[in-house]
Ligand binder design. Structure first.
Ligand SMILES: [Zn+2]
Length: 81
């Protein structure tokens, strides 16, 4: 998948959000430069496309998928309860 192209397409629709932290996608050029990523999640019938912001991307690399998701649910819990 061509990430910059996908970012442009999503930015044009005006409602892109990071899949993990809900940060909203900036303008396409800024998103490409900032290191936003577009990833494919395998689905039952069609793969869905998700956006990942640079901060989540970095955390995911550092902690690994499992650690990242655990950390994420802690963070969400802290802000709501
Ligand atoms: Zn994020």
């Amino acid at each position: 998948m061509n990430v910059p192209e996908a970012l442009h397409a999503i930015a044009e629709t005006g409602d892109g959000y990071c899949w993990y932290c809900d940060r909203s996608l900036p303008a396409a050029a800024e998103a490409v430069q900032g290191g936003w990523d577009v990833q494919r999640l395998p689905g039952e019938r069609v793969a869905s496309i998700i956006l990942v912001c640079p901060a989540c991307q970095r955390e995911k690399e550092e902690l690994g998928e499992e650690g990242f998701l655990r950390n994420l649910s802690l963070r969400v819990c802290n802000s709501t309860c």
